[in-house]
Ligand binder design. Structure first.
Ligand SMILES: N[C@@H](CCC(=O)N[C@@H](CS)C(=O)NCC(=O)O)C(=O)O
Length: 436
């Protein structure tokens, strides 16, 4: 006899050891080796690409959360060129206190910074120039006559985006003209792509593409969320470019998603203003809820199909940090032992549901745990915590599980700063990774 849906709903969540058993066994040494030599990932402190550590000449200082666009540019360049390098992560002003060891070296605290053969360099373009001199350009280099006009175009597009995103609220004439100006600039970007035989800005993938990556990714996310504007739908050549980029493991390791950018940009940009129409509000609610069909035309964040291990990746990352995740949730320990126990059980329910083969067989979390589950849903950050697909899977599982017990939301995400995302509780003391 088939179990009734009610019986399925009554099922208990898996215990922590049972959840651990759903993952293939992996030693810490294997994990570190994969981070060091495997595909691009946000957790590595050392990248060797199979080479000896003695070859490392570069240290990249980038932000903990992978929110800084200029850091992404340098990070992607190093990954594409497979240059062995160390990574030291630094806190941005908007989410915590700058590390004194960093401000001693870079008094302004600005990121990215890079050490090359012991020489400290700041300003992302100056960094790329120095890297090109030492290791050769990525395709056509920064000062190539074909690349220079593309760099200027990227800045024009950037300014048009800022103008629309940060200075235009609602649906008035001012907003319409900012939107038109942005669409014209994006049209110029399309023309630049369309004259090429392939999907990239020049014949081969190179510096020009790397320069466009951080802000086109942020434009795609923020314009969908704050303006209801689907960049990839309105501009097919830009969509083709993103689709080709998504074939590269280097990009996938640095790629963020719509939810993360929608909420990391306001404190970085000063503010992001919503157009407030019905379509914009609908799209923003879909993103915040964490559940939307992957073919929603104005919310295309990837055209890569979901990899088979997306749920396992999310589970592994949650298990690694579960104690800290439980400790920082305001619905937990600070409310007493019963609340802590409820939250522990709720998280196990969500992770059990994440791994369940069918959404119908949902384990119901304890009453009163919806806000705690949504607190985590709202704070998963890609690629800091996990890849885009894993993050999407996990948000959906948290939301589906929370919805079984109620509509309560967690505290709203702050706009002026993201001190709720202070990395301090998660930061392992820096250890020089040495020996292989
Ligand atoms: N022109 C600089 C801009 C760098 C920049 O604006 N960095 C920001 C982050 S995106 C920063 O480090 N701000 C200090 C902070 O937020 O902590 C470059 O290209 O490197």
């Amino acid at each position: 006899m088939l179990p009734s849906p009610d019986a399925e709903l009554m099922a208990a969540p898996l215990s922590w050891p049972e959840l651990e058993q759903l993952l293939p066994p992996q030693t810490e040494a294997e994990l570190q080796r994969q981070r060091c030599d495997g595909p691009t990932n946000a957790q590595a402190q050392l990248r060797l690409f199979g080479r000896p550590e003695s070859e490392v000449r570069v240290t990249l200082y980038r932000d903990h959360h992978a929110w800084c666009p200029y850091c992404q540019k340098v990070w992607l360049w190093l990954e594409e060129q497979r240059i062995p390098y160390r990574i030291r992560k630094v806190t941005m002003f908007c989410y915590g206190e700058k590390e004194p060891w960093f401000t001693q070296r870079v008094p302004s605290g600005m990121l990215p910074a890079l050490e090359l053969d012991g020489r400290l360099i700041t300003e992302s373009d100056v960094i790329l120039e120095a890297l090109e001199r030492s290791f050769g350009p990525l395709g056509q280099g920064l000062s190539d006559p074909d690349v220079l006009p593309l760099r200027q175009l990227e800045r024009r597009l950037f300014r048009a985006w800022c103008q629309w995103l940060c200075y235009c609220e609602g649906e008035g004439a001012h907003t319409a003209s900012a939107e038109q100006h942005f669409a014209r600039m994006a049209g110029l970007v399309e023309q630049a792509l369309e004259v090429m035989p392939g999907p990239f800005f020049l014949e081969r993938f190179g510096t020009a593409d790397v320069i466009f990556v951080p802000y086109l990714e942020r434009m795609n996310a923020s314009l969908a969320y704050y303006k209801g504007y689907g960049l990839r739908r309105h501009h097919p050549a830009i969509d083709r470019w993103f689709t080709a980029l998504e074939q590269r493991l280097t990009y996938l390791g640095t790629q963020s998603d719509i939810h993360t950018h929608a909420h990391d940009l306001p404190p970085q940009m000063g503010c992001c203003l919503s157009s407030g129409g019905p379509e914009q509000r609908r799209l923003a609610a879909l993103v915040d809820g964490g559940l939307w069909p992957s073919d929603e035309p104005d919310l295309i964040e990837t055209r890569q199909p979901e990899p088979a291990d997306a749920a396992r990746e999310a589970l592994a990352r949650m298990l690694r940090h579960r104690q800290r995740l439980l400790a920082i949730n305001p619905e937990g320990e600070r409310q007493g032992a019963a609340a802590a126990e409820r939250l522990d059980q709720a998280l196990r329910c969500a992770l059990t549901n994440l791994m369940a083969p069918s959404a119908a067989a949902a384990v119901v979390p304890p009453a009163g745990s919806a806000a705690g589950l949504r607190y985590w849903r709202d704070r998963i950050s890609a690629p800091r915590d996990m890849s885009l697909h894993a993050a999407r899977r996990l948000r959906a599982a948290l939301e589906r599980t929370a919805a079984l017990v109620g509509p309560e939301q967690g505290p709203p995400l702050p706009l002026r700063d993201r001190r709720d995302q202070n990395p301090a509780p998660f930061v392992a003391p820096f250890v020089e990774v040495s020996g292989r």
